[in-house]
Design a binder for this molecule. Structure first.
Ligand code: ZN
Length: 164
């Protein structure tokens, strides 16, 4: 192994960064799957994954219900439209049920949005917005990401409006 590529001081500063803010997209936080209805899909995914759905939550602004399952470090997020005009209803109309987006965890969503904007990606929202599961989120246009809708998500500090 030897001394490695990094001197001690640069290694220490790298460890310092990792303890607080890690640059980049650090892991697949969840996979979003569009489904027609929770009544059949939640029991199906519970049977498939052999874990219970631990939370359902409505995101009014997106006209969507979400249901979460923990599978190791990554979550599965089922998405059910609350309206025939919703994004998920339209997605299913066009593509049928299936994988809708990949969500990556970031430790500084503002910095990552700036970095991606500067490197030519198209952000679908200019400011981070409130997503499900206590996250701040931003989506990237699939036109620049090989057809995959990408979500950035960052754990959000709790706010007064949050349900207990
Ligand atoms: Zn998501």
């Amino acid at each position: 192994m030897g001394a490695g590529r990094f001197g001690r001081s640069s290694l220490n500063s790298w460890i310092g960064i990792s303890a607080t803010k890690i640059p980049g997209l650090t892991k697949v936080e969840h996979i979003g799957i569009a489904v027609k209805d929770f009544a059949s899909s939640i029991p199906l995914f519970e049977r498939l994954l052999n874990v219970p759905c631990y939370k359902t939550e409505t995101v009014e602004s997106e006209k969507v219900n979400t249901a979460f399952f923990q599978t190791g470090e990554t979550k599965i997020e089922l998405l059910e439209s609350t309206s025939s005009e919703g994004i998920i209803a339209k997605f299913i109309e066009k593509n049928g049920e299936g994988v809708h987006h990949l969500a990556f965890e970031v430790s500084d969503i503002f910095a990552e949005m700036q970095r991606l904007r500067n490197s030519g990606f198209l952000l679908l929202n200019e400011e981070p917005k409130k997503g499900a599961d206590n996250k701040l989120v931003c989506f990237l246009h699939p036109r620049h990401t090989s057809g995959v809708l990408i979500e950035l998500c960052m754990q959000r500090p709790p706010s007064k409006e949050d349900p207990i």
